[in-house]
Design a protein around this ligand. Structure first.
Ligand code: SF4
Ligand code: SF4
Ligand code: SF4
Length: 580
C-alpha cells in the first residue's frame, strides 16, 4: 500500500494513493455533501454537490470520483468559491423542482431539503425553470413515482440495475431528460419486481412507497371490524431508526406496545408463520429428495424474488417451493383456524401486516392468496409506514415500555427470527430437516456457513447420512448467477435460498431510509442482522418444529405437514409473466 502526504484545508494528512477526496475527507472527519453518489453502485460524479478545490487544478473537481494520486496534493473543501458553487447547484435543482415540502412524504428525511438548509438557500426561486407538470405514476401496488421531485441523480437507475431488473432509466436528453420506463410506460406495465430498492436510495420524494396508513386507521376506527396485525421479523431490527435510535437496536417490545396503543385488537408475530413455513417447506424438500421431485428446490418466501422468477426465469418455476410466504401463511391461519377457534366471522377480520418489504404489497393481492373471496392479508404497510402511524398517533416510542405479543399466534422460535437475514431460512430449514430425518433432538443447530452478508454462499452438510449441498443468494444479480447455473445444468446443490433484497429482509425496500452519508459507510444490513441472530441465540426454543402453537395447529386443525388441509391453506401457485 503506497501512502502519500497531502493537505486538506491546510492540515497535513497521510492517505493511501488513489483514495478519492470524498473517502479521504470522510476518514479524517470532514463531511462533503453528495446527492448522486452511492458507493460501488452510482459513482458517476454527476450532481456536482461534492465539488472541491485542488491546488493547481483548472476547475473545481468532483470529490467522489477524484483520486488523490500526487504527493503534496492540497485540497480545499469549504472555501467561499466551493460553497457558492454548491449553493448554485442547489438553486439550479430547485429551479425545476416541485417545492412542496409541507406535503411531501420525504420532508424531514430528504437529502435535498437538508442540504438546502445546510447551505442557507434564501431564495428557492432564484433561477426560473420551466417547471413542467409531469404525470405521477401510481400504477403499481407498491410505490408512487413523482418526477416533479426528481433531481436526475440516477441512484434509482443504478439500484434497479443492481437488482438485475433495469426497468427504469433516463428518457430523452438535456432539459427534457426524465427518469422512467422505456417509452414512458407506467411501472405496472413493465417487469418491475416491486422490490422497492429504488425508494430507499432516492434522496428525495420522487420515489415513495404507496401509503396505506389511512386504510389502517379507518379499519381500527370501525367498531364492526376485528383488526389483527402481524409483524415480520426484520421490522423489530429497524423500526427504532425511524425514531433516531441507533442502527441495530431491537425494538420488539416497544413495537408491540405501540401497536396495542394504536388500537389493534390482536398483535401477532409473522414469526409464527415462519415456523409454519419451515414445517411445510422442510416436508416438501424431504419429499422432493425421496420421491424424485424437481431439484434444486428454491425457497419462496420473498415475493420480489418470486416475481423476478415469474418474469425472467419462468422455466425454473417448478423449482420454487409451493409454500406461501410467512406473511400469507399467518394471514391464512388468522382467517381460518384462529377465526374458528375464537368464533369470529372471517369477513369481519381486517388482517394487517407490517413488513420490511414493498413487494408484500403486491404479494397479498396475487391470485390464490386466499379462499372463497377472503384474502389472507387485507392491508400491507411497511416499517416506514408504521413509523409514520406511531408519530401521527403521538406515541413517545422511545420511552414505551416493552410488551409481549398476544400469545395465540405470537409464540415463536429462534429459527423464525432469523428469517429476516440472508441465510436465515436455509438455517432454519436445516435445523428442522436434520431433526426430522434423524428423529433426534440434534445439538448442532448453528449453520454458520450460510450466515453473513456475502453475495452468494455455498455449503455442504451431512444431514442424517445424506449429503445436502445448499446455496444461498441475496440480491437479484446474485440470484441470477445461481439461476443461470441451474439452467445450464451446472448446479449440484439440492436446496437454494433466494432473497430479493441484498442482505435479506433486514435491507428490504420498506425499511427506514438512511441517507447516503450513512449508507455509504455503515453496513446497515449486517448491523440489523446482528439483532436477529442475537435474539435467536437467546431464545429457549430455536427449532421451528418445537413451536408449541405450530404443533397444536397441526394436531387440532391441519393434520400432517404437507397434508391436504395444509396444502389448501398454505401453498400457492405461480404464473409466467411477460417482460417488456
Ligand atoms: S423532495 Fe425534498 S425538497 Fe422536494 S418537496 Fe420533498 S422534501 Fe421538499
Ligand atoms: S421496485 Fe425494484 S424492480 Fe421496480 S423499479 Fe424499483 S428497483 Fe426496479
Ligand atoms: S427518482 Fe429519485 S433516485 Fe431516481 S433519479 Fe430521481 S431523484 Fe434520483
Amino acid at each position: 500500500m503506497e501512502m502519500i502526504n497531502i493537505k486538506i484545508n491546510g492540515m497535513p494528512f497521510s492517505v493511501e494513493k488513489n483514495t478519492t477526496i470524498l473517502d479521504a475527507c470522510r476518514s479524517f472527519g470532514i463531511k462533503i455533501p453528495t446527492l448522486c453518489y452511492l458507493r460501488d453502485m452510482n459513482e458517476i460524479g454527476a450532481c456536482r454537490m461534492c465539488v472541491c478545490e485542488v491546488k493547481g487544478a483548472r476547475s473545481l473537481v468532483a470529490a467522489c470520483v477524484y483520486p488523490i494520486d500526487r504527493e503534496g496534493t492540497e485540497i480545499f473543501t469549504n472555501t467561499p468559491k466551493v460553497q457558492e458553487a454548491r449553493k448554485t447547484t442547489l438553486e439550479l435543482i430547485l429551479s425545476n423542482h416541485d417545492k412542496k415540502c409541507l406535503s411531501c412524504p420525504r420532508s424531514n428525511n430528504c437529502e435535498l431539503q437538508n442540504l438546502c438548509k445546510e447551505y442557507g438557500i434564501e431564495d428557492e426561486n432564484r433561477f426560473a425553470g420551466e417547471n413542467p407538470v409531469l404525470p405521477i405514476d401510481t400504477s403499481t401496488a407498491h410505490l408512487v413515482r413523482n418526477n416533479n421531485k426528481c433531481i436526475l441523480c440516477r441512484r434509482c437507475v443504478a439500484a434497479c440495475k443492481e437488482q438485475h431488473v433495469g426497468v427504469i432509466g433516463a428518457n430523452d436528453r438535456g432539459f427534457d431528460s426524465t427518469i422512467g420506463c422505456a417509452f414512458d410506460q407506467n411501472l405496472s406495465e413493465v417487469a418491475c419486481v416491486s422490490c422497492g430498492q429504488c425508494t430507499v436510495v432516492c434522496p428525495t420524494g420522487a420515489l415513495v412507497v404507496k401509503d396505506e396508513t389511512t386504510k389502517v386507521f379507518e379499519a381500527i376506527a370501525d367498531p364492526e371490524k376485528v383488526v389483527i396485525v402481524q409483524t415480520a421479523p426484520a421490522v423489530r431490527a429497524a423500526l427504532g431508526e425511524e425514531f433516531g435510535m441507533a442502527i441495530g437496536t431491537n425494538v420488539e417490545g416497544k413495537m408491540v406496545a405501540a401497536l396495542k396503543r394504536l388500537g389493534f385488537d390482536k398483535v401477532f408475530d409473522t414469526n409464527f408463520g415462519a415456523d409454519l413455513t419451515i414445517l411445510e417447506e422442510g416436508t416438501e424438500f424431504i419429499d422432493r429428495v425421496k420421491n424424485g421431485g424437481t431439484l434444486p428446490m428454491i425457497t419462496s418466501c420473498s415475493p420480489g424474488w418470486v416475481k423476478f422468477c415469474e418474469h425472467y426465469y419462468p422455466d425454473l418455476l417448478p423449482n420454487l417451493s409451493t409454500c406461501k410466504s410467512p406473511q400469507q401463511m399467518t394471514g391464512a391461519i388468522i382467517k381460518s383456524y384462529y377465526a374458528e377457534k375464537e368464533g369470529i366471522d372471517p369477513e369481519k377480520i381486517v388482517s394487517v401486516s407490517v413488513m420490511p418489504c414493498t413487494a408484500k404489497k403486491f404479494e397479498h393481492k396475487r391470485n390464490n392468496e386466499g379462499r372463497n373471496g377472503i384474502a389472507d392479508v387485507d392491508i400491507v404497510i411497511t416499517t416506514r409506514e408504521l413509523g409514520e402511524m406511531i408519530k401521527r398517533a403521538g406515541l413517545d416510542f422511545v420511552n414505551l415500555p416493552d410488551e409481549d405479543y398476544d400469545s395465540a399466534l405470537g409464540i415463536f422460535t429462534g429459527a423464525a427470527v432469523i428469517f429476516g437475514a440472508t441465510g436465515g431460512v436455509m438455517e432454519a430449514a436445516l435445523r428442522s430437516v436434520a431433526d426430522i430425518l434423524t428423529g433426534d433432538d440434534l445439538k448442532k443447530i448453528d449453520y454458520t456457513e450460510v450466515r453473513g452478508t456475502e453475495n452468494i454462499k455455498y455449503a455442504t452438510y451431512d444431514v442424517a447420512g445424506m449429503e445436502v449441498k445448499v446455496a444461498v443468494a441475496s440480491g437479484l444479480s446474485n440470484a441470477a448467477k445461481i439461476l443461470d447455473d441451474i439452467r445450464a445444468g451446472k448446479a449440484d446443490y439440492q436446496f437454494v435460498e433466494i432473497m430479493c433484497c441484498p442482505g435479506g429482509c433486514v435491507n428490504g425496500g420498506g425499511q427506514p431510509i438512511q441517507p447516503a452519508s450513512v449508507r455509504n459507510y455503515v453496513d446497515i444490513k449486517a448491523e440489523r442482522a446482528k439483532v436477529l441472530y442475537a435474539e435467536d441465540a437467546g431464545l429457549p426454543m430455536r427449532k421451528s418444529h418445537e413451536s408449541p402453537i405450530v404443533k397444536k395447529l397441526y394436531e387440532d386443525y391441519l393434520g400432517e405437514p404437507g397434508g391436504h388441509k395444509a396444502h389448501e391453506l398454505l401453498h400457492t401457485t405461480y404464473v409466467e409473466r411477460k417482460i417488456n
